[in-house]
Design a protein around this ligand. Structure first.
Ligand code: ATP
Ligand code: MG
Length: 180
């Protein structure tokens, strides 16, 4: 499974549709302060289902929508699409290429799609569950996170380890079965 492309439109500082193609190997992003490097990582977390506006350095979720500059009017919609090569079916899906799209409008309307089909947030989570990816995973480590992992309570640290080890999904199913 590989990250292929990321398309960002109207998200934070990316007013114009911006497409990033990831080549084999390591990708580095360089640029001056405030040029949008962290916004790229936030776009990835957002499209994978991030629910915390604060976690995206905002007060409310609509803050991710391009808010305008002196030269450019604000936009009404933020859209991010991420595409994975899934030929090894590492993600639990029959598709060998998977595109997840998330949109948010200023009036609060929002939606998620997997390969162009409307889905629930739950479906997006399930796709990444136990993959080591996902919004809370170790695959994205922001500044300060390393320290917080070590200072977290044992029970929280355990849930991180369980997610990485791939047992989280079974626990969720168990909890669900218990309730039923
Ligand atoms: P640094 O090197 O300092 O970490 P960076 O390249 O990571 O910088 P970001 O934090 O990604 O920069 O980008 C910050 C910029 O994004 C700021 O100029 C901010 O005004 C802009 N920005 C954030 N949210 C929005 C928004 N909703 N609309 C327009 N611009 C936004
Ligand atoms: Mg930054």
């Amino acid at each position: 499974m590989k990250l292929k492309t990321l398309e960002i439109t109207g998200f934070k500082s990316f007013a114009e549709r911006t497409k990033i193609e990831f080549m084999p190997g390591i990708t580095g992003v360089i640029g001056p302060n405030g040029s949008g490097k962290s916004n790229i990582i936030e776009a990835i977390r957002w499209v994978m289902g991030e629910q915390s506006a604060k976690g995206l350095r905002g007060d409310k979720m609509a803050d991710v929508i391009f808010g305008g500059t002196t030269q450019r009017a604000p936009l009404n919609r933020a859209e991010v699409a991420i595409t994975f090569d899934n030929t090894d079916h590492y993600l639990h899906s029959e598709y060998s290429e998977i595109t997840i799209t998330r949109r948010l409008y200023r009036n609060g309307d929002s939606n998620y799609q997997i390969n162009g089909v409307n889905v629930r947030l739950k479906d997006v989570y399930e796709l990444f569950m136990d993959s080591g990816l996902g919004r809370e995973s170790f695959s994205i480590i922001s500044q300060g996170r390393v320290e917080s992992i070590f200072s977290e309570k044992p029970i929280e640290r355990r849930s991180i380890i369980e997610d990485v080890a791939g047992v989280y999904k079974y626990k969720q199913n168990k909890d669900k079965a218990k309730k039923e």
